[in-house]
Design a protein around this ligand. Structure first.
Ligand code: NAP
Length: 283
């Protein structure tokens, strides 16, 4: 598996498996199948409600801990967030049955962001979170966090797919040594992604599916991808993207699919900010 090296030297697989919207009762099976298919990066979150099931699958897989790269995410915490964040971190570790995380992400740029980050920095220094990062941070929030804290986030996990490509933002993140990770790499199928004529035309040239073209395009750009599937055939398909290479001309054609905006939600939209702020999880 190809890897990327984060700004603190930690290596991370460039392709992994996401478990958002997999019901808790299906997650153990799905993760077990993903591990059997070869995935080693697992991406969950406290907010997904399936950390325990991920933990059971890890335990029964027999895959050595050091071969895995496990990510979970901290949900929005009110100020003062230090103690709450520490408790939320412990709760996630316990649910996953682990004694350290490979990557701990702040799920949203809301709540007591500074308090959350300070507590995450402490877990990083203690070696219990090998890498720390953020998700859904737009450039203004990311730069503010970098400038005003000691540790620069290792990763920013953001919506990134053929209709919202984040090319300019990736460039900025590269300047600050923050690794871009895509969520919703298939845009969850929105905009008829899986039957997009341009993507399927390119796929036909290699005997590859639209999903494989998208994952190849992401990883070829140096973007870490974490496709979700509950279907073992698709898990295997999504893992089989390293035996072909898109040409510069094909990469340029895919660039024309950019729409310039989110297909999900804009974190600058006051309604979204208020909605996410109201949602609280029990730590
Ligand atoms: P996604 O990976 O873009 O799309 C998943 C959808 O694509 C599912 O409906 C899946 O259906 C389908 N699919 C998967 N492989 C396919 C294939 N080869 N052919 C056709 N359809 C296929 O969506 P996502 O789950 O939202 O994003 C990926 C991961 O990113 C999440 O699981 C989560 O870990 C993370 N995420 C993070 C955030 C955040 O705020 N940080 C937000 C969203 C997601 P089947 O399952 O039926 O195959």
């Amino acid at each position: 598996m190809q890897t990327v090296t984060l700004n603190n030297g930690v290596t991370m697989p460039i392709l992994g498996f996401g478990v958002y919207q997999i019901p808790a009762e299906d997650t153990e099976r799905a993760v077990s199948e993903a591990l059997a298919a070869g995935y080693r990066l697992l991406d969950t979150a406290a907010a997904y409600g399936n950390e325990e099931a991920v933990g059971r699958a890890i335990k029964s897989s027999g895959v050595p801990r050091e071969e895995l790269f496990v990510t979970t995410k901290l949900w929005v915490q009110d100020a003062p967030a230090e103690d709450n964040t520490k408790r939320a971190f412990e709760a996630s570790l316990n649910k996953l049955g682990l004694d350290y995380l490979d990557l701990y992400l702040m799920h949203q740029p809301f709540g007591d962001v500074y308090g959350q980050w300070r507590a995450m920095e402490a877990e990083n220094r203690a070696g219990r979170a090998k890498a720390i990062g953020v998700a859904n941070f737009y450039p203004d929030r990311l730069l503010d966090l970098i400038i005003n804290n000691e540790i620069t986030p290792q990763v920013n996990q953001i919506e990134t797919h053929p209709f919202f490509q984040r090319a300019e933002y990736q460039h900025l993140m590269r300047e600050h040594d923050v690794q871009i990770q895509s969520w919703g790499g298939f845009a969850e199928g929105r905009n008829d992604l899986f039957s997009n004529p341009l993507l399927s035309g390119i796929g036909k040239e290699y005997g590859k599916s639209v999903a494989q073209v998208v994952l190849r395009w992401l990883t070829q750009r140096g973007v870490v991808a974490i496709p979700k599937s509950v279907n073992p055939r698709r898990m295997a398909e999504n893992f089989d993207v390293f035996d072909f290479e898109l040409t510069d001309e094909q990469m340029s054609r895919i660039a024309t699919l950019e729409t310039g905006s989110s297909l999900f939600f804009d974190h600058h939209d006051p309604e979204i900010v208020a909605g996410l702020a109201k949602r609280r999880l029990e730590a």
